[in-house]
Write a protein that binds this ligand. Structure first.
Ligand SMILES: [Mg+2]
Length: 118
């Protein structure tokens, strides 16, 4: 089973995400960007779902740090803001794609599958 790191500070958003993922993927949780960077240093993941707004270190900064060390690890941004400027910032930070919250289960799985060889 492929393993996904879910970086999400909000408990309810994380629980919703686990309902979407649990049938198809193993997952770990990071509660902020710093934890996400640390977890990708010690574990191997196939993909990262990265909330942008998080305490300690936000998702943009965390994505830049992760991509420096793991250029091939796909990072998909998750955010409540669906503005073009947010999408652009996420892409500039190194995200391969962008999901707006609330994310539908189908779109989430479809988007993840684009970046995992299955
Ligand atoms: Mg957040």
């Amino acid at each position: 089973m492929k393993k996904i790191l879910v970086a999400e500070d909000n408990d309810s958003n994380f629980i919703l995400m686990t309902y979407i993922l649990k049938k198809y993927y193993a997952y770990d949780r990071a509660k902020n960007g710093k934890e996400a960077v640390e977890l990708t240093d010690v574990n191997t993941y196939d993909l990262v779902l990265m909330d942008i707004k998080m305490p300690v270190m936000d998702g943009l900064e965390a994505t830049k740090a992760i991509k420096e060390k793991h250029p091939d690890l796909p990072v998909i941004a998750l955010t409540a803001n669906a503005f073009d400027s947010d999408r652009q910032l996420a892409m500039q930070a190194g995200c391969v794609d962008f999901l707006s919250k609330p994310v539908s289960s189908d779109l989430c799985i479809k988007t993840i599958r684009k970046y995992l060889e299955e």
